[in-house]
Design a protein around this ligand. Structure first.
Ligand SMILES: [Zn+2]
Length: 377
């Protein structure tokens, strides 16, 4: 064997070692990667595990609407993986904050199958959908990204069903790169960058489902925080056909791992809009209350003025009279009550924004009661 051939043999062997697992022998993964046989593996059928509607958890997206300065895509032999790059320091990257821990975006990739009714990894509402995107996040406090450290990883998953009426608009740019990367381990190519909020906004999910699981590919590290949008998005069949032009290593025709046992895990449902709706509701109620109170004072004054035979005055004159005839003491009390209400409203909004833990929840309820009980004299 000459030197050139030996190099080719060495590199082919190296590539084989790097991606030595395949979907055809998914049951053997745990021989080489023991975590794959663990008790907290992903994906799971989300219908099978106990759901709790919990107000204790929060998930906040920060800077998710910023378009990356650059995006590259590659076929790593198991999926198409997109790596976004942002301008500035790590603090400028989009982040997800879950229960007080911040995670930043590392990469996103897709799972699909050989037909439209098989492709997603998670199953929800008894349906396995055509496609599933995973946006992988990493807790920067753990240092540089390490797939072995499952508890530093948070993955956002979104499922796509095939519907020819509604394609996933942002996927067109991704798909246009496929002719250049359809062979496994091809060189990365640049694609038109898109903001990751597209993945969230194309779904009308009103809540997230969260549970603790694992990476769905070797090394199958456990402790991964999963966040799944509870309503699927849509993709059209032409877009799904494009995904199927991607060739995997080892001749695999799908890249979705079979369902794992849920064991004794729990899933938590975190409402997506509840805290925002609460803010709007409280603000609207307080504004209406203040407006009605001022209207009552005005009408009372108008009646007094009419009784005094001043009904022919114009509205602006009435306003002046109202101002003059309101006693300094009464004006002061009104002002104090309104100020108290507005301070209460600001604190309520801050409490809603910060956290939804039980202590703040009870504080919010007491404060709401206090603010509403503040009747102006
Ligand atoms: Zn994945």
């Amino acid at each position: 064997m000459n030197l050139g051939k030996r190099h080719i043999f060495f590199f082919a062997h190296l590539i084989h070692l790097i991606s030595s697992w395949e979907y055809k022998d998914v049951g053997l993964w745990e021989n080489e990667y023991p975590s794959c046989g663990g008790a907290q593996q992903s994906p799971i059928n989300l219908d099978d595990i106990e759901q709790s509607d919990n107000s204790g958890g929060t998930i906040t997206f920060k800077r998710y609407n910023i378009t990356p300065k650059k995006m590259t895509i590659k076929n790593n032999g198991h999926t198409v993986e997109i790596k976004p790059e942002w301008n500035g320091s790590s603090k400028q990257k989009p982040r997800v904050i879950k229960d007080g821990t911040e995670y930043e975006v590392v990469q996103l990739h897709y799972h699909w199958g050989s037909s439209d009714d098989s492709g997603s990894e998670h199953v929800f509402n008894k349906v396995r959908t055509s496609l599933e995107v995973h946006v992988v996040h990493w807790n920067p406090d753990y240092g540089s990204f390490d797939p072995e450290q499952g508890d530093g990883i948070l993955v956002i998953g979104n499922l796509y069903i095939t519907d020819d009426k509604y394609s996933a608009e942002y996927l067109n740019g991704v798909i246009s790169s496929f002719p250049n990367i359809n062979e496994p381990d091809s060189e990365p190519v640049e694609i038109e960058p898109f903001s990751l909020s597209k993945i969230l906004t194309e779904s009308w999910a009103d809540a997230y489902l969260t549970y603790t699981g694992s990476l769905t590919t070797p090394p199958c590290s456990e402790g991964v925080s999963w966040v799944i949008l509870n309503n699927p998005s849509t993709v059209d069949s032409r877009q799904m056909e494009a995904f199927r032009t991607i060739k995997f290593s080892h001749g695999d025709d799908h890249n979705n791992r079979p369902l794992q046992s849920p064991n004794s895990r729990q899933i938590t449902r975190v409402s997506r809009f509840q805290s925002k709706l609460m803010i709007y509701f409280v603000s609207f109620t307080l504004m209406m209350e203040n407006w009605m109170h001022l209207r009552n004072v005005e009408q009372e004054k108008k009646m007094q003025i009419q009784i005094q035979g001043k009904a022919q005055k114009t509205i602006s004159e009435l306003d002046c009279i109202m101002y003059r005839e309101t006693s300094p003491m009464k004006k002061d009390e009104n002002f104090k009550a309104l100020t108290l209400k507005h301070i209460g409203m600001v604190i309520l909004i801050l409490l809603n924004t910060w956290t939804r833990n039980p202590l703040c929840f009870s504080l919010r309820i007491s404060l709401s009661a206090f603010v509403i009980a503040q009747q102006t004299p």
